[in-house]
Design a protein around this ligand. Structure first.
Ligand SMILES: CC(C)(COP(=O)(O)OP(=O)(O)OC[C@H]1O[C@@H](n2cnc3c(N)ncnc32)[C@H](O)[C@@H]1OP(=O)(O)O)[C@@H](O)C(=O)NCCC(=O)NCCS
Length: 179
């Protein structure tokens, strides 16, 4: 399995991976929602605000994680939000997701990113260093329907202290139904 930054040319392939994986785990409606979200993120986000990493084997796409900038205008730290992420159903629970994330986080750390935030299952993301945060510590760009899923980590040696909001997400994430 190879883990690499994605540099374009396979947007449709990636959106299909999200559709198929989320359809298997959460049903057709969620599959379509995440497909459309992934497509919009890839197609409308300015390159400077987008980082995508893929896992592939023999040319086949097995996993993908998308990061987009989360801007805090009153804070000098650089933050990205991880959303969405998927590992193809047949490749799940073999460590692909964790390796994909570890490689991506290391790359972002080297680039100088300070904080990564995501909105997901704390039990899964704890394994790669995320821990629950409040919206007082990390202001969310839109109201959270499940505040327990708001998790983050510092990529630097400094502990994660309060980020001065408000925060602004990229346009493709600026829709209440995904929060
Ligand atoms: C969640 C997901 C990305 C994990 O990728 P993966 O390659 O299967 O995960 P890994 O093999 O690296 O890690 C496996 C461990 O993570 C945990 N884990 C895996 N999937 C989990 C899940 N959905 N919820 C909680 N813990 C999970 C388990 O502890 C598992 O270890 P175990 O098999 O020994 O019990 C993948 O299962 C997936 O794409 N699921 C469907 C879409 C999804 O939920 N995406 C995340 C949105 S926030």
């Amino acid at each position: 399995m190879q883990f690499t930054p994605y540099s374009g040319g396979r947007n449709r392939n990636i959106a299909d991976l999200f559709r198929n994986t989320f359809t298997d785990s959460e049903g057709v409606e969620e599959g379509n929602l995440i497909h459309d979200l992934a497509r919009a993120l890839l197609e409308t986000t300015p390159p400077d605000d987008l980082r995508v990493y893929i896992a592939e084997e023999a040319g086949f796409l097995c996993g993908c994680v998308v990061f987009t900038r989360l801007r805090f205008d009153d804070d000098p730290r650089r933050a990205f939000i991880l959303s969405p992420m998927a590992v193809a159903t047949v490749h799940q629970r073999k460590g692909v997701g964790q390796s994909l994330l570890q490689n991506a986080l290391e790359d972002l750390r080297k680039e100088g990113v300070d904080v990564i935030v995501t909105y997901g299952d704390p039990k899964y993301y704890r394994q790669v260093g995320f821990h629950p945060v409040t919206v007082e510590t990390v202001p969310a760009p839109l109201p959270l329907s499940m505040p327990g899923g708001w998790i983050a980590q510092s990529l630097t040696d400094a502990p994660l202290t309060r980020l001065n909001g408000p925060s602004v997400c990229v346009p493709a994430l600026n829709r209440p139904d995904v929060w």
